[in-house]
Design a protein around this ligand. Structure first.
Ligand code: DGP
Length: 124
């Protein structure tokens, strides 16, 4: 979905910044002080939620040791949501895409939670 692509070399905001600031609508399903979770606009599974830090880190390449807690919080938010939704036992997948080869299109890191169907491996 190349129309989502944004300039990863820029410090500009992304569409996710607008969602954080409630400038554009999103189906927000999780929020704490540092993390926001909302349903993906183009779901690839019955449940497809994106967990993002409220601060912008463009790609995982820009994450440093100072972000270790925040990155862990994304994982725990996704796992907690899956548990609360009764999806944990059947299982799910969490994915973070990085740059071109990873298929990243929005340059504000986000953890995909995909659940509600059998996943395949290897991913495409
Ligand atoms: P990635 O390819 O990993 O960068 O995933 C970006 C995801 O973001 C993609 O699955 C579609 C989703 N997305 C893009 N724009 C919007 C938006 O405006 N709202 C919501 N809810 N999701 C969006």
């Amino acid at each position: 979905m190349t129309h989502y692509r944004e300039n990863h070399m820029s410090n500009d905001d992304t569409i996710f910044g607008k969602i954080i600031r409630r400038e554009i609508p999103a189906d927000i399903v999780y929020e704490d002080e540092q993390v926001l979770g909302f349903r993906d606009i183009d779901p690839k599974a019955p449940t497809h939620v994106l967990f993002i830090p409220k601060i912008r880190i463009a790609t995982l390449n820009e994450a440093g040791a100072e972000h270790a807690d925040l990155l862990g919080r994304l994982m725990l938010a996704a796992a907690g949501f899956a548990r609360a939704q009764g999806l944990a036992e059947d299982g799910y997948r969490v994915v973070m895409n990085c740059n071109e080869n990873g298929g990243q299109t929005v340059f504000h890191i986000h953890l995909h939670l995909l659940a509600g169907r059998q996943m395949t491996w290897p991913p495409g």
